[in-house]
Structures are given as C-alpha cells and as structure tokens.
Design a protein. Structure first.
Length: 898
C-alpha cells in the first residue's frame, strides 16, 4: 500500500541497462566556494546491449547549466530541468562537453562538492556526482577519468583527485593547477576531489610484487600528530589483503584524507579515500581503545573496497550488499586476525562477540520494524536510506556463511573465481553466489533466499536422548515467528542454515560426534549441520551419556535459537563450553531471561529480587583468572536496555531500566570486594599501549569501576574515579572515570566531583572537536533522575556555543546519543523526548536530509511500545510527516506510519 501511495518508488525488477555508455571523462574544475565552474568532456556511445533511445538523459541536481557542445559544435537540443539534462536526437557516438556551475559553499547536505573548514571535499556515493556535473550517474556506467583542478594557490595549496598525479604547475593571478588520471574504469560514485590547506604523513612501502607505493594520510596541520595509527592500520590492511586473499594494491599512490564534516564513517573513492576525522585521528590523550579499534576497522574496510567494490562494483544499488556485506566480512576477519591471528580462538571470539552484539541489537530490531528489507532490497524511494544494518551486517553474516560452509580455503577459491570472472565489471549478488557455488562444486540455489527474504529466522530446537540405544537426536525447525508485515511478504520457504553444534558431557568436555550413517566419529567436536528443511532431525550415535547441546557455535548463522535451557544448564555452559562465543552466549541468555522477568515485575509494580544462583554465576566469571580480561568484560556486561526492551511483548524502557539497574546494584553490592580486587589488579601503569591485551585490562577495570559506582554508598567509587580521572594518561581511562562520576551522582541530582571533572574535561580538550563530541555524548547518555531529567541537560547543551547542528558528528554526539542511546530518558512518559526529536528531525531536514533521515529512524519501532508511549510517538511522527520536505525523511516516517 505504501508503495502505490508514494511516488517514485525504484524497483529492482525494473532494472534496464543504460541506453548510452560513457568511456572517458575529462573534468576541469575552477574551484571557487560560491561558484565553481565544471567543464565535463565525455566520449559517449550507444549501448549495443540496450534498447534504442533517441535522447540522452543525463542526471543533474542543483546545477546551473551553462552550455553543451557535441564534437566541438554548440548543441542546441539540450534542455535542463529539475532532475537533469535532456539531449535530444544525439548521434550514435560523440564527444560531449558540458559546462555547469555549482555552489559548494552553500551545500549543507555534504553530498556532492562542498566546503568544510575552508577546504573543498566531495562525497558522491550513492548519487552525489550528479550534484557536481550532468552524468549517467549509475554504477553500471564505468569510465576512465582525468581530472584537472584549478584554484587559488594561497587558499588551496593541495589539490587531490583519484589515481596518479600527471602534472602540476602555476597559473596567472596566484592560481595553480594539478592534473590527475585514474587508469582504472570506475563508476561516478567513486570519483573524489579534495582541495585545501592540508598536510600529510607519508610512508613508502613495497607491495607483494615489489612495486613501491606512496601512502599518505592528509589532515589539517594541527592534527598531524594523530595520524600514526591510521597509517599503521593502512599498512596492515595492505599486507593482510595480500596474505589472506592474494589482492595487491593496484595504484602507485594511496591517499586517505580526513574531514570533520562528513555524513558517515568514510568513503572508498578510488585511491583517494575520504574519512570522517573520527575514523582517522587518534593519540592516547584524545582517543579511546574503542576509537583505536574502530580506526583500524574502518581504514581496513575502505582499503578492502579497492577490490570488493571498486575493481568489481555493483550493477545497481539493489546489489549494495555485494560490496558492503562482503567488505564488512573482510574487515571483521582483518580485525580478528590482527587481534588473534588465525588460531587464537579466544582472542578472535572477542571480536566475534562484539560484532554479533551489534547485529542482534541493531539489525534484528531493523528486521522487526517497518524498514525491514532483504539483504538485496526489492525497492526503495531514497537509496541513502538503504545503507542499513541489514545490507551491511546481515550481509556480512551471509558472506560468512559461505566460509562456514566451505572453510577458509573453499571461500578463497570462490573469491579467486569471482575476480577471475568479474574484474572490471559491475555485477550482482547472484554473480557472487555463483562464483562461490561453482568454485566449490555445490548447488547454492536455496541459499539465494538469504538475499531475498527479510526478517530474522527462528530455529527452535528439540532434543531426545535414548540411553539404551546411545542415540541423541536433535530436531531443528525453522520459521520467522510473528514477523513484521514488511518482512512477511518476502518470505517464501526454508533457508539453507549452516548450524554449528557441539555436545558437552557431564565433566564439561566435548563429546566426539558421529552422525547416523557415518562409519566413524569426525575429528572435530563441532559439526556444521546443513539445515535445509522446515523441520529436520539429526541423530548422533554412540553417545554414551546424555549430553548438553552447544547450539549455533560461533553464531554460525544470523538466526534466533529457541531452546529451553534451565538456569543450571546455562551456568554450566558459561563455565565449560569449549566454544568461547557460546560461553558468552550462555551468560547472556541467563541474564536476559532474568532481566526480562524482572522488567515484567517492574512494569506491574511487583518488588524485585534476584536469585543467588545468578549472582554466583557472575561471581565465577569475575574471579576466573583463566579467562582473558576482555572476555570477562564482555561476559559481565549486561545486555543493553534497547535489546531488552525489544525482547518484551510490549517494550517498556522505564521497566527495563529499573530491572537492569536493580541487577547492576545487586551485583555491585554482592561482589563489592571482587570488583575492587579486579579494579586494582587490572590497572595498566606506564606508557599507553593500544594492544588488545592492554585494552582488555582497561575494559575490565573500567567495567569494575562502573559497577562500583552503583554501590549504595558510592563514596569509595567516587574517590577511585576522581583519582583515575586526574591521573589518566589516556582517553579510555579518563572518559570512563568521568562517566562513572556522572552515573554515581545521578541519583543525587549531580555532585561536585562530577561537575568539576566535566568542566575540567571541557577546558582541557576545548581545541579537540572529537573529544568535545565525547563531552556532549557522555552527558546525553548519562543516567537521569526525577529531579534532573536528562532532556533538560540536553536542551541546555543545544544552546552551548560549541554546539553546531550543521556538523554531523556534533549533532550525533548530542541529539542522536540522547534519542537513540538513552532509552529510559528519551522515552519519558510525558512525551518530552518525542517533542524534542520531532523538532530536531525537522530542523535537520532543512540542512542535511541524510542525517535527518537517520535520526528519523529512532521512532520506527513505535508500535511495539506501551500504549502511552505509542500514542506519543505517533503524534511526533505525524508532526514530522506533515512538515518534512526531503524524500529521505519522508520515506522513513511514511513507512513508520503506514
Ligand atoms: N560506501 C560508503 C557509504 C556511502 C554511504 C552513502 N550514503 C562507505 C562504506 O561503506 O565504506
Ligand atoms: Zn563499505
């Protein structure tokens, strides 16, 4: 219904090849902030594989058309309109030159060519190139680009574009130029230019075949001391892609540029990656361990796109996961290898747990609401709304399943075949699947459903032990439960689910596994079952004792497993499972179940109590010195409030908050001595090191501090946190101490120590925008109280001189942090959070639709909440729907209300 009511729905089924192709592009830019002139000369020809069209329809937005010539002669049959330029009755092949003007200074959308901090930057994916010049701005039109940049030499001493620098020199009137050439054909979304006052950290490395490569990380001069980690991450990425996939850097030069105004994380433009400063700049004083890890992951991600995305690109935007799912999988594997190599399963598991936590909290929620869509969507109104958790994170899980099915070597064979077949092409998710299938001699027709069906699959498990026959049967049944309407209409049949399983004996060790019909037990104590039918039974034989099943080891498929474990069984798995992921999972299941029961009680006003056995299970993890600190930190962290609220039949954020706080306080008070001991033991004195080990110690120590801040008498925690704040030589410890002080003070409406630390933090880092973002975010996500609701603090901060709605990082640090990461305060019964949300979506809509649309999504699950909250959210959504202008926000709110 939404589809017919909304105009301009783009459908996958309507794909048609372009009527014309463009082989070469020569761009000339005269860069002036308010009035940049772009001259674009293209070699155009009719596409032999498309149906005939007499007109050439070029896309263009927010451009002032100046002139068009064909083969050097003025062309009068050119008609400029709101969406582009129509050239009527064009020849079969010709050289087309178009001159147009754009206004980068006024471009607050940060899509196309824009000015940030006095420098020029571009962002073209998905459809920003048409805001720079008229073009066939679609990924299946691939051309080679030459780019000439001209600008004032004093104002823009550095002029960069894709590929290799051909020449540079001076021009009259204090201007200069640079000419760049990218030897590889590419779609327009990978075009980039940068011009301004920037400096670079440089390094020369030899690639696998012995060729020398120039690597540069470009930043504003005062940030040069924060580039080392990004450079190291880039070098590690280059080495890793050679070693793991045999993929070499194909250009002589590879550049990363940091910009502080950026809509997302980073962009993989060919040879000229443009990054949000957040994912480049780091030193121990300004960046946390998480920041260091994120920088490594994002630098890797964008670098890996050079092959998965750039050399082989997408035929159309419905295939987005072809490059994004695959590249997320590659960056996850890179980070895991960097942390634990190929064999340290415990270290790899830390990364896996973090990734799965994000998937379950964010992607499962997406799949349960009005924006639910398959990994390969069927339709969209605004493609920028489909850079989603489903396309990225579920897409990555889909790619991971090939590796789970075929092993690392089989996966590598599939990748090799994919590049052999498709290098230089714009292809589809089907092409990728066929390469994996053919390289491994397996029919993967059923696997296609992972790309076309939305919703989170549920696998329910029944087990039966026959002691006399020594047989253990596991019956798996798959379905989607009560799926969201948007998901339900895509569901056609059962999936091929690689279901990894182990069986655990009474002493906690793995039993050997032999399936019925096999002549002997397999070497591995984990088996990946090919689960392909709606219901299927797998029978293990020679099972001498009744085992405890360890299900979906290492999270072998993006599904929800339903199995009725007792609390004792979960505690046993938490203590013994040889699969580190499932050890963590057992603790999470135990905690989730307990927390949901408590939230139900809190919702109806019944007093809360926590079973001693749960406290005991946590105590064992806390004091188990054989477990790595990072694992303990993950295992002792309770599921997030957002995740828990989503699990309730009717989401009740206040009840979830009450329950979770109750458990945190109970664990804090009951295990006070242990938390203190852990706090002392895991300090990291001496110089800061960003290694996984050191950051594991800090994570566990700071988790202990956060629990200590929950004590009924927090005086000791406040003393420890203040001392840690003052003595910290790194941002991880300093921000954790500040957060502990804020939360310890919340119940009393604030404290002197917390206020002093906040003021000190601001003064200390006034000149570091990324740290000031943290200062805003810490306040927006802090715990509130009846006397001091966080909305009041947020409103006040909106008027702070350092707040700036136009800067996406700053908007995210205050507004998104409050609306999306502080559920108990945002969902206040009085609707104050929703009113604030509506005002901000509307304000952002006029500045930057992409950022506004992201914020708009924080109410999409409104139907799942309690009646009062539901009414408040609907009213706010209706208000936004009646006022927004952009296609981006309109799609989100209309889908939410439909
Ligand atoms: N490909 C870009 C995302 C572009 C988003 C456009 N709205 C970054 C990435 O995934 O690597
Ligand atoms: Zn990407």
């Amino acid at each position: 219904m939404a589809d017919t009511a909304t105009p301009n729905v783009i459908r996958r089924a309507d794909y048609a090849p372009p009527a014309f192709l463009i082989d070469t592009v020569a761009l000339e830019f005269d860069l002036v902030p308010e009035r940049t002139v772009v001259r674009n000369t293209m070699r155009v020809r009719r596409n032999p594989d498309a149906s005939h069209a007499s007109n050439l329809e070029l896309m263009g937005e927010q451009l002032e058309f100046v002139s068009a010539t064909i083969d050097g002669a003025p062309f009068d049959n050119a008609h400029a309109h709101e969406h582009g330029l129509t050239l009527s009755n064009v020849p079969d092949h010709f050289e087309l030159t178009i001159t147009s003007i754009c206004n980068p200074a006024e471009n607050t959308t940060l899509s196309g060519l824009y000015v940030s901090g006095g420098n020029f930057f571009t962002q073209c994916e998905a459809e920003g190139f048409r805001r720079i010049t008229y073009f066939l701005d679609r990924p299946d039109v691939m051309a080679t680009f030459t780019v000439t940049l001209r600008a004032s030499k004093a104002d823009y001493p550095v002029l960069l574009s894709n590929g290799n620098l051909l020449e540079e020199g001076d021009l009259p009137d204090g201007r200069h130029f640079a000419r760049w050439e990218d030897p590889f054909r590419k779609p327009s979304y990978l075009f980039a230019l940068v011009a301004g006052k920037l400096v670079a950290l440089e390094e020369r490395v030899k690639s696998g075949s012995g060729k020398e490569k120039l690597l540069q990380v470009w930043v504003e001069p005062h940030d040069l001391d924060k580039t080392r980690h990004a450079m190291d991450s880039l070098i590690n990425s280059i080495r890793w892609d050679e070693a793991r996939f045999g993929l070499e850097l194909d250009l002589d030069r590879f550049m990363i540029v940091a910009v502080s105004d950026f809509n997302m994380g980073a962009m993989e433009n060919k040879g000229l990656n443009i990054f949000n400063t957040k994912y480049v700049l780091a030193n121990p004083e300004t960046a946390t361990d998480t920041d260091f890890a994120n920088i490594e992951a994002v630098v890797g991600h964008e670098y890996f796109h050079n092959w998965t995305g750039n050399r082989v690109t997408c035929r159309d935007w419905f295939q987005l996961s072809l490059k994004e799912g695959l590249t997320v999988f590659r960056d996850q594997e890179f980070s895991a290898d960097m942390a634990g190599g190929a064999t340290d399963e415990a270290a790899r598991a830390t990364k896996r747990i973090e990734d799965v936590r994000v998937l379950r909290q964010m992607q499962f929620a997406e799949d349960a609401g009005p924006m639910a869509h398959p990994v390969r969507p069927e339709s969209y109104v605004e493609i920028n709304n489909f850079y989603t958790m489903t396309v990225y994170e579920k897409g990555s899980e889909v790619v991971r399943m090939y590796q789970t099915l075929f092993g690392r070597d089989g996966f590598r064979k599939g990748m090799d075949l994919y590049f052999k077949r498709h290098d230089g092409q714009a292809v589809t998710c089907d092409d990728f699947r066929h390469a994996l299938a053919d390289a491994n001699g397996r029919d993967l027709a059923q696997f296609e459903r992972w790309y076309s069906q939305a919703g989170t699959p549920r696998v329910s498990v029944r087990t039966r032990y026959d002691a006399a026959q020594q047989r253990y049967s596991v019956t798996l049944a798959q379905g989607y439960g009560d799926a969201a309407p948007a998901a339900r209409e895509t569901q056609k049949g059962p999936l091929l689910i690689p279901f990894a399983i182990g069986l655990i004996g009474k002493d906690g060790s793995d039993l050997s596994l032999q399936l019925e019909g096999e002549t002997r037990a397999s070497d591995s104590t984990t088996r990946v079952l090919d689960f392909t039918q709606t219901e299927q039974t797998f029978t293990f034989v020679n099972v001498a004792q009744e085992p405890l099943p360890s299900l979906l080891r290492n999270f072998s498929a993006p599904v929800i497993v339903e199995y009725d474990y007792s609390a004792d069984q979960l505690a046993f798995l938490l203590a013994h499972d040889s699969d580190p992921f499932n050890r963590w999972e057992a603790g999470q299941r135990l905690a989730t179940r307990e927390l949901l029961t408590l939230a139900g009680r809190a919702a109806t006003g019944v007093p809360l109590q926590l079973d001693d056995s749960v406290v005991a299970a946590f105590a064992r993890v806390l004091t188990d010195e054989t477990l790595s600190p990072s694992f303990r930190e993950l295992a002792l962290m309770l599921p997030s409030e957002a995740y828990l609220a989503e699990q309730m039949a009717e989401s009740n954020p206040a009840a979830v908050h009450a329950a979770r706080q109750f458990v945190r306080k109970r664990l804090a008070n009951a295990l006070r001595k242990d938390w203190l001991a852990v706090y002392e033991k895991h300090r990291t004195p001496g110089a800061y090191e960003a290694t996984p080990e050191a950051s594991g110690h800090r994570a566990l120590k700071n988790l202990a501090l956060s629990y200590l801040a929950e004590l009924d008498d927090p005086a000791e925690a406040v003393r420890l946190a203040s001392a840690q704040y003052d003595a910290a030589n790194n941002m991880t410890d300093r921000s954790a101490a500040l957060s502990a002080l804020l939360n310890a003070a919340a119940a009393n409406g604030g404290s002197i120590e917390a206020q002093q630390a906040l003021d000190d933090f601001y003064r200390r880092f006034e000149k570091e925008p990324l740290v000031i973002d943290k200062w805003f975010a810490l306040q927006a996500t802090q715990r509130g109280s009846a006397q001091r609701p966080v909305i009041e603090i947020v409103r006040k901060l909106m008027a702070h001189p350092a707040f700036n709605l136009k800067n996406p990082n700053r908007a995210r640090s205050l507004i998104f942090s409050f609306c999306a990461a502080n559920p108990a305060q945002f969902h206040a019964e009085d609707g104050s959070g929703y009113a604030f949300w509506a005002d901000q979506v509307i304000a952002l809509d006029a500045i930057n639709p992409q950022v506004a649309a992201r914020l708009a999504r924080s109410l999409e699950l409104w139907r799942r909440f309690t009646p009062t909250l539901r009414d408040g959210m609907r009213a706010a959504l209706e208000k936004v729907a009646s006022q927004v202008k952009s296609r981006d926000v309109r799609e989100i709110v209309e889908k939410a209300l439909a």
